[in-house]
Design a protein around this ligand. Structure first.
Ligand SMILES: Nc1ncnc2c1ncn2[C@@H]1O[C@H](COP(=O)(O)OP(=O)(O)OP(=O)(O)O)[C@@H](O)[C@H]1O
Length: 225
């Protein structure tokens, strides 16, 4: 019988010669008042990057299992190399936005070796950010999430039946490089600190946060910086 290895990390499957594996981790942990918690709270999804058929060492076996030669590895989901950006968004992005709007914290962590498709999956090519979203099939999960978020907020406000619903969205971008946290919206800030207190929970001290009310606000900030 084939061996199935339960793996929460793709180290085994992203090894050369086939670099096509990337991971999306969706994490949600939220407040008590929200509806039923997302299940499971942490999901590990592997996307197999397209390569020449002859080089295809990593193969999708079923919706949650892939094989590397004669070994099998199981995750929450496996996305095949011919999947579209929209498929990834439907699987990972849509539940994330729904959970976020239900009051849960939600994160995506993109993990994989150089060239495995992290940037492509998260953002798509730079042009896809500014093009009409519906026209760009290469647009990554990030911009799709922003669009859905603002469109859901708008729907909530339109369907509020006279009640005033206020949302406040703030946007920040940071990078962790050489174990230092840098503020991408204020590059002078290069060594920020992570803090944890009862009022704010876990946060990055002095990280720039800009108020945004639309998808265009977010893309403008990204382009400007
Ligand atoms: N699913 C895909 N479909 C089509 N092209 C892809 C896909 N995934 C990645 N690519 C292409 O492969 C190349 C490398 O991908 P990308 O830059 O996203 O990798 P990366 O993991 O972000 O690399 P690095 O860690 O070096 O920044 C890019 O040209 C990208 O457009």
């Amino acid at each position: 019988m084939d061996e199935i290895v339960r793996s929460d990390g793709p180290a085994e499957v992203s090894a050369p010669p086939d670099p096509p594996v990337k991971d999306e981790i969706v994490r949600s942990d939220g407040p008590g008042e929200a509806s039923a918690p997302p299940d499971p709270p942490v999901k590990v999804v592997v996307r197999i990057r397209p390569v020449n058929q002859a080089d295809q060492v990593v193969k999708k076996v079923s919706s949650d299992t892939l094989s590397v030669e004669d070994r099998k590895f199981r995750f929450d989901s496996v996305i095949d190399s011919n999947a579209k950006q929209e498929d990834v968004f439907q699987l990972v992005g849509v539940p994330l936005v729904k959970n976020a709007l239900a009051g849960y914290n939600a994160s995506i962590l993109s993990y994989g070796q150089t060239g495995s498709g992290k940037t492509y999956t998260m953002w798509g090519p730079p042009s896809a950010m500014v093009e009409d979203p519906s026209a760009s099939s290469h647009q990554g999960i990030g911009p799709r999430i922003f669009q859905m978020l603002f469109s859901e907020i708008q729907k909530e406000q339109e369907n509020s039946e006279g009640k005033q619903i206020n949302f406040q969205c703030r946007c920040s971008f940071l990078e962790i490089y050489n174990e230092q946290i840098g503020d991408l919206l204020d590059p002078i800030q290069r060594n920020l600190e992570i803090k944890d207190d009862a009022k704010n929970g876990l946060y990055v001290e002095n990280l720039t946060e800009e108020y945004v009310t639309s998808y265009e606000d977010v893309t403008q900030i990204l382009i400007k910086k």
